[in-house]
Design a protein around this ligand. Structure first.
Ligand code: ARG
Length: 478
């Protein structure tokens, strides 16, 4: 097994420093190629920019840099060819690309690793991966937000029960409820944007840890690779993985939000609730019960979230107490990152898909929201308007609820006398207000406060959501 192919001028089977081959039991755990091959396109872009930088300072000629660049293109094409296999002796993608480049262009390939270490190289690759993933997540969040906003607009005046403790609490409009998820995702976009920012600082040039001996213009390389800046400290540059943690933290929160949406869709699509039906294209049947249509997509949204949280936990664990600078520990950053990226991307795409063809049942929602007991707080507020402190009013209405349960089960079924027995404040001025307040429409429209469910603030909220979505589109496109 080659440790550093060609390093000693031999065919690469016997590196200069070592007399022994790595033990297969060590190799199996040490070899990162089974997962870091995905870095290839970034590693190649980076190597091409590095070759040009070396040519600018005379380490190689322009012609050599071009030959290296073209050779790397061929390596990329080979890697992408179906059936292509790496060598068992390739330790990681960086070594594999160097070996393949040697096969393409011979000894010149050996000039590429001047003024660079795998430590700053891998940090740069990972920063590029995180940057691309963060931007993609911003765009995908924007797409799901677009669906939520469209649904909120078409369901802006559909009453439904709002819940606390999953018990019917106060009625709200479905549009208001859907926009709650819109705002969660809008905050996720900000978190992903932060990760995009923290991953836009280029570590390359930090070398193994102390910097390199060559006066490479890092700013040019950074600009060529799309980085906004270069790391100000080589020790931090090689050993920083905060940007991975920033991405995973945003991803964990975003997945948690999607799990809440998924969970509600599972509950709402049950026969017991009957509020919503997912499209067949996002549902599965049962292998034994022909009548079943299961909301698998929503269940999976719910269950995908913990593995993303686990990825964050893993990275925090890998980096915990790690002395400066690079440690092989940091190779363990990749698998959790890939898994989180796949999970978040697919969850966001599925969310947009689920919301595309979802059907809410207006009647079921409305019937559930018509439970008159939901107006209990409205009655309490009526007493408050008569000058009674809210706590006291809460107690009076509590008694009325008991009376109602003992009677026909409704607050409006109570007689004037029964009401007066609990508080004369309710029967003053003819006592009609009590019965009026129990009319359903008023419970929703009384929430006129900014951010409330009433039609007026909801219209303002929808306008604000449009502005927020435009900003997300701008940011994601940038
Ligand atoms: N495969 C390694 C990783 O992912 C690349 C860096 C190796 N650096 C080193 N000094 N051995 O971390």
């Amino acid at each position: 097994m080659a440790r550093f192919p060609g390093q000693d001028g031999s065919d690469g089977d016997a590196p200069a420093r070592f007399r022994k081959e790595p033990d297969p039991r060590f190799w199996r755990m040490n070899r990162s190629l089974p997962f870091d091959w995905q870095l290839a396109p970034y590693d190649i872009l980076q190597s091409q920019a590095h070759a040009r930088a070396l040519a600018r300072i005379g380490v190689m000629t322009e012609a050599e840099a071009e030959e290296i660049g073209a050779g790397l293109e061929r390596v990329q094409a080979r890697i992408e060819t179906p059936g292509f296999a790496f060598e068992e002796s390739d330790e990681d993608i960086h070594m594999a690309i160097e070996r393949l480049l040697g096969e393409e262009i011979g000894a010149l390939a050996g000039k590429l690793h001047t003024g660079r270490s795998r430590n700053d190289q891998v940090a740069t690759d990972i920063a590029m991966v995180v940057n691309a993933a963060s931007r993609r997540a911003m765009r995908l969040c924007g797409e799901a937000m677009e669906r939520l906003l469209a649904l909120a607009e078409t369901h802006r005046d559909w009453p439904m029960p709002g819940y606390t403790h999953l018990q019917r609490a106060q009625p709200v409009y479905l549009g208001h409820h859907l926009l709650a998820y819109f705002w969660m995702l809008s905050r996720d976009v900000r978190r992903f944007a932060f990760a995009a920012g923290s991953s836009s600082v280029m570590p390359l040039g930090s070398g193994a840890l102390a910097g390199v001996n060559w006066p490479i213009d890092r700013d040019i390389v950074a600009a060529e690779l799309g980085f906004a800046a270069t790391t100000p400290n080589s020790l931090d540059g090689t050993s920083n993985r905060d940007f991975v943690i920033d991405y995973l933290s945003a991803a964990a929160t975003c997945s948690m939000h999607l799990s809440r949406l998924g969970s509600e869709l599972v509950i709402w699509s049950s026969t017991e609730f009957g509020f919503v039906e997912l499209d067949e294209a996002f549902s599965s049947g049962s292998s034994i019960m022909p009548q079943k249509k299961n909301p698998d997509s929503a269940e999976l949204l719910r269950a995908k979230s913990p593995r993303v949280a686990a990825a964050l936990q893993t990275l925090l664990g890998v980096m915990h107490a790690l002395p400066l600078t690079y440690g092989k520990d940091m190779q363990e950053d990749k698998e959790p990152l890939w898994d989180a990226i796949d999970t978040v991307d697919s969850s966001l795409e599925a969310t947009a898909g689920i919301l595309e063809d979802i059907a809410f049942d207006r009647q079921a929602l409305e019937e559930a929201s018509g439970d008159e007991m939901l107006a209990a707080t409205e009655v309490a507020d009526l007493l408050v308007r008569q000058g009674i402190p809210f706590r006291e009013a809460h107690g009076i209405v509590g008694e009325l609820v008991r009376d109602a349960i003992a009677g026909d089960g409704t607050l409006s079924g109570l007689s004037r006398e029964q009401i007066a027995a609990r508080s004369d404040a309710l029967t003053g001025a003819g006592g009609e207000e009590y019965y009026e307040v129990l009319q359903r429409g008023s419970w929703l429209e009384s929430k006129r406060i900014a951010g409330g469910t009433g039609s007026e603030p909801l219209t303002a909220q929808i306008a604000a959501a449009h502005a927020a979505l435009d900003a997300v589109r701008d940011a994601a496109g940038a």
